[in-house]
Design a protein around this ligand. Structure first.
Ligand code: AMP
Length: 116
């Protein structure tokens, strides 16, 4: 995986509204929010572009940490009870722009289905 805008955010070279951080996971508000709550959750050290590169045998623990972060953030943002959406765009047809695995947390409004 190459350098992305998220690499710079991890290194704090460009500003971001960080809402959660530990050794393995960083979460910050999306610069172009699509819902009242729109937060991106990313691995800090794992260099994979998207879900196609996930291996259960290697990445299970990290995936658990990413979802621990999702749930803690959802509680802190007050959207855990009402519900929220977690989206991972993966590959060109999904609309993925940034080639660094990231989970979108979207909440604070009623979500629609099917998604666009
Ligand atoms: P995706 O289309 O799934 O690759 O999502 C990339 C997301 O990153 C988009 O929702 C962008 O709005 C968001 N984004 C891009 N640059 C930044 C930035 N500097 N800070 C916060 N979010 C960003």
């Amino acid at each position: 995986m190459g350098e992305t805008i998220f690499s710079k955010i991890i290194r704090k070279e460009i500003p971001a509204k960080i809402v959660y951080e530990n050794e393995d996971v960083l979460a910050f508000r999306d610069i172009n929010p699509q819902a009242p709550v729109h937060i991106l959750v990313i691995p800090k050290k794992l260099e994979i572009e998207n879900t196609t590169q996930i291996k259960g045998s290697e990445h299970a623990e990290l995936l658990g940490k990413l979802f621990d972060a999702v749930n803690e953030i959802a509680r802190a943002e007050g959207i855990s009870e009402k519900g929220f959406r977690v989206v991972i765009n993966s590959g060109p047809e999904s609309g993925q722009d940034v080639l660094h695995l990231h989970l979108h947390i979207l909440g604070g409004r009623k979500m629609h289905w099917p998604p666009g």
